[in-house]
Design a protein around this ligand. Sequence first.
Ligand SMILES: [Fe+2]
Length: 381
Amino acid sequence: MANRPVGKGFHQLQPLLDDHSARHRDDRRGGLSRKADTADPNPFAERYPADRLRHQGRHRDAGRRSGRLSASSFRQQIGLRMQNSSDQFRIIQISDPHLGRRRPFFQHNWEVLVELLAAETYDLVVCTGDMSMEGAQFEAELAFAARQFKRIRGPIAFVPGNHDIGNSLPDVRGGETVITTARREAYLRHFGPDFWTRDIGSHWRLVGLNSMLPGSGLEGEAQQQVMVEEAAASAAGRRLMVFKHKPLYMGTPDETVLSQSALYPEHRNRLRDALSPASDALVCSGHIHDYKTATWQNLQQIWAPSTAFVIDRDGLQYPVHGIRRAGYLVHTLSGDGHVHAFVEPDRFLNIDVGNWMRAPESFHARYHTEPLRGLILAGDE
Ligand SMILES: [Fe+2]
């Protein structure tokens, strides 16, 4: 099948722990490998030949509408190579892979994703948080997740999720692992800066944010606020593309509930104000594990699905906000235009942790008390 978005050797599973050999073997661009043990502090240092890009979106600025493409239409379009794509930049947004050595519940989809991306063409991968399952509790789990990402050729940019760095303050659910200076420092050691900006060509400015810093009182909170205000104020015609873990809100921008699902109202409004000088910003998030688009003033929001699992597929306890299936997003920037596609790999499993969410102790208490049940990833130390 000429249009299938997979390459030669796709069927061959890379050894789980053979991180570096897998990276170099599949690195067909050259010069993309990162340092062995640290996240690349400047993942956008290189631009890559545009003729390697493929066109996957058929309508300009489809992000303003639903950008979803079915798996079959994605396959159909992925095979089309742009003839004149000198200013295109392709970003694969993955989110919430929830990797864990202690609890590798979702390793299957990760293995599929690693294979798919090895055969894929892109300029940048962005992961919008929850790279780990238990990184906020165990630094070794952050280290494991970071090693898993070395199996994907760079550049890769990260923003933290609550599972990586602890959740927002105040702790409205009670008993939750929350962000602290120590947890933040552990994150920085393994994934690099938790907030950042990078310009792409002359039309785009990417902004990565730590969703858990607002309200934390930590040193980085004010620094991040200054950064995002300056990034918007000095954009000078560039469109902003903001990546962060939590969405701005769940249902409507005027909702007042303090929910760990989205930014608290005070922080949501502060971010909107900071972004107001920029026209037509994209705000790309994860966290909810649903795919959805929404618009609030100048903010076009895109929720990425999780590559790992869904929460309460049938909406028995948690309302379904959009498409509740595992997948990832492909963003194509062309000039100041943007299209995106929702991709559902055929081999992804849609694991539903809804039962855990319905339990009185809930998912967030249960996942790290659930017995390991003999799951072992041999050889990974
Ligand atoms: Fe998540």
